[in-house]
Design a binder for this molecule. Structure first.
Ligand code: FES
Ligand code: FE2
Length: 361
């Protein structure tokens, strides 16, 4: 990548050694497993009798029948073709009905369906994709949304994006598209474009827009300020795919996380979870939030669809300073992460010290 120029990423889209949200918890009904596609894998995802999440590759190691076509008894998944049974959490084979007891040398317990570590948090079933080169590395804790004090409400939103995970992520951290893509009476006007200056600092596996007072020209911030006092906000990006935003004004807080999860090489999904303790006496806040956030997401979604038409013609892009600096950091972070995985050395963070960026948006 040149200093201020064309960029073609040679880095594979999806990082390994990371958790990804496979589906919303609300999509699982009782003990009935469901299927999920992510990182190019079809998975069968569910909860066992102890309510623990599990995820198996949707593929029987015998002769490839999707395990989702089989039967789940709360602990084992039985393939619908020849009845092999697999432990839902470890993938270990428990029974091969065609074997004659005492006559077969086949060690059933050495056969495994491909199982992934799975966990539930913040209303998602998360699946961990280990680095295939280091399958024995310890599994880190599942990511969690920060929440402040007091009773809170939570909303989940999502939409499919017609783009690879990289485009989805740099779209999340792209300050320059706001006045063009997200024009609306309650947020931005094209004419409101002005110079912005923000301080950034490195954080483990990512970077943070340091705590600052959000721009005063949008309606939601004006409301927050008049009810709770001057708000301050931080925005953080953390590999592989998470953007956290945290707004605090006195005891009031709003916390959100957006993730972009690769589905296939050219499709991804954006998931947003937002939690807050503001305006608890107003019953329709979640409704309002959802309405505005859906409008926002749809604007991004439609933009990605149009961009996909262009990117099918050529992958060449330009990343220009300072507005695209965060996108460049993202690619640099990814490369540093992969380098650390290759060498087994600690990751060399591409952002050495706090930096101030200036752009117009
Ligand atoms: S294909 Fe699954 S048991 Fe034979
Ligand atoms: Fe956007």
């Amino acid at each position: 990548m040149s200093e201020n120029g064309t960029h073609e990423s040679s880095v594979p889209a999806a990082l390994r050694g990371c958790w990804y949200p496979a589906m919303r918890s609300a999509e699982l009904h009782g003990h009935r497993p469901a299927t999920a596609e992510l990182l190019g894998e079809m998975l069968v995802v569910g909860r066992d009798a102890q309510k623990r999440a599990f995820a198996l590759r949707d593929f029987c190691p015998h002769r490839g029948m999707p395990l989702s076509a089989g039967h789940f008894d709360g602990n084992t998944v039985e393939c619908c073709y020849h009845g092999w049974r697999f432990d839902c959490r470890s993938g270990q084979c428990r029974e091969i009905p065609s074997l004659v007891p005492g006559e077969s040398k086949l060690k059933t317990e050495r056969i495994f369906a491909n199982a992934f570590p799975a966990d539930e948090a913040d209303g998602y079933v998360w699946v961990y994709f280990a680095d295939p080169e280091r399958p024995a590395d310890p599994v880190p804790p599942v990511p969690r949304l920060w929440r402040g004090q007091g009773r809170s409400r939570t909303v989940h939103l999502w939409c499919d994006l017609a783009c690879d995970v990289d485009q989805g992520i740099i779209g999340l951290m792209d300050p320059a598209h706001g006045p063009f893509v997200h024009q609306s009476w309650w947020w931005r006007k094209r004419s409101s474009i002005h110079v912005k200056e923000k301080a950034f600092e490195p954080v483990p596996n990512g970077f943070r827009m340091s705590r600052h007072t959000p721009s005063a020209n949008s309606l939601p911030y004006k409301l927050l300020k008049s009810s709770y006092g001057e708000p301050s906000t931080t925005i953080e990006f953390v590999l592989p795919n998470m953007r956290f935003e945290r707004i605090e004004a006195g005891k009031a807080w709003v916390s959100s996380r957006a993730t972009v999860t690769p589905i296939t090489a050219d499709r991804s999904r954006i998931d947003v979870v937002a939690s807050w303790n503001i305006f608890p006496w107003l019953p329709f806040v979640p409704w309002i939030f959802r309405k505005f956030a859906v409008a926002f997401l749809r604007q991004d979604q439609q933009t990605m669809e149009k961009q996909a038409v262009g990117l099918a013609r050529s992958r060449r892009q330009m990343l220009v300073d300072d507005a695209d600096r965060q996108a460049r950091w993202y690619f640099q972070l990814k490369e540093a992460y992969l380098e650390a995985q290759r060498t087994g050395q600690p990751m060399k963070h591409p952002i050495a010290e706090p930096v101030t960026l200036r752009w117009r948006s």
